[in-house]
Design a protein around this ligand. Structure first.
Ligand SMILES: C[S@@+](CC[C@H](N)C(=O)[O-])C[C@H]1O[C@@H](n2cnc3c(N)ncnc32)[C@H](O)[C@@H]1O
Length: 248
């Protein structure tokens, strides 16, 4: 079992609390769905991306959500209705099963790529791309560089002399599970979501890479049959970029 799933099992529906949920915004949902035909077969990677899932359900009755967290999938079903879309429990670090390979017209993810470490990221990109049918679309939104919270944690680490415990500059990786003291100082201001849940969430998220634009492009260039079609800056956050890939 991938221990990172425990993070999402812990947070569940609380991830969508207005004090915590960070989108995609309505404008970004518009960017995700631009050029996508009504009735297309759509796949959203990550049950947490509920605003996009809702919009996909308005556009098509053929919607699939893939996630490795049972807790997140259960939370999604109780939020949108048990049978509104197909839900599949699957870890994207594993290749998709044959029945899911190449079957979707469009595959979407919102900052899911940011949840992987340096070793996992190219593997996950490859596995996500396997879901896309010929001449169809994978559209991923990726945060480039650091999150605001990363910067605060890095500063705290510098102050405390603990930076080397949880920040790895060569690969641009941060391990929140090793920055518990620094995190505790920051999390007090996280709003209505219970602190123990937020702490558990960050503990199990573990090691994550902060990728550059070039790295995302290179990982996909190495995938046979994958071509970069376009990039577009998010209308909500200038640091977030949409990448469109097609399967040739
Ligand atoms: C879409 S991502 C990122 C969510 C949010 N936009 C953010 O910036 O934090 C989170 C979702 O992906 C799922 N997820 C994370 N890693 C996964 C993996 N290896 N395989 C399948 N699902 C995964 C989580 O369970 C969660 O529901």
């Amino acid at each position: 079992m991938n221990v990172k799933a425990k993070a999402w099992d812990a947070i569940g529906a609380d991830f969508w609390h207005p004090s915590y949920y960070s989108g995609p915004t309505q404008a970004e949902v518009g960017q995700f769905l631009r050029g996508v035909d009504a009735g297309a077969s759509l796949c959203i990677l990550g049950a947490s991306t509920i605003s996009l899932i809702r919009a996909c359900l308005e556009r098509s009755s053929d919607v699939t959500v893939i996630d490795f967290s049972e807790g997140m999938l259960t939370a999604l079903k109780s939020e949108i209705g048990e049978s509104r879309c197909r839900t599949i429990r699957h870890d994207l670090l594993d290749p998709p099963p044959p029945e899911l390979s190449g079957i979707f017209d469009a595959v979407f993810s919102d900052r899911l790529i940011n949840r992987f470490d340096d070793r996992e990221m190219p593997v996950a990109c490859r596995n996500m791309f396997q879901l896309v049918g010929k001449a169809h679309l994978a559209r991923h939104k990726v945060r480039l560089g650091f999150y605001e919270r990363d910067i605060a944690i890095l500063e705290a680490g510098r102050r405390n002399g603990t930076l080397a415990n949880f920040y790895f500059p060569l690969t641009q990786e941060i391990d929140y599970s090793r920055a518990t003291t620094e995190l505790s100082e920051l999390l007090a201001a996280s709003g209505e979501v219970p602190q123990d849940k937020v702490r558990k969430f960050h503990k199990y998220r573990g090691l994550e890479k902060r990728p550059s634009l070039d790295e995302i492009v290179i990982y996909h260039e190495r995938i046979r049959g994958c071509r970069l079609l376009a990039t577009e800056v998010s209308e909500a956050v200038a640091q977030d970029l949409f990448f469109d890939f097609t399967s040739i």
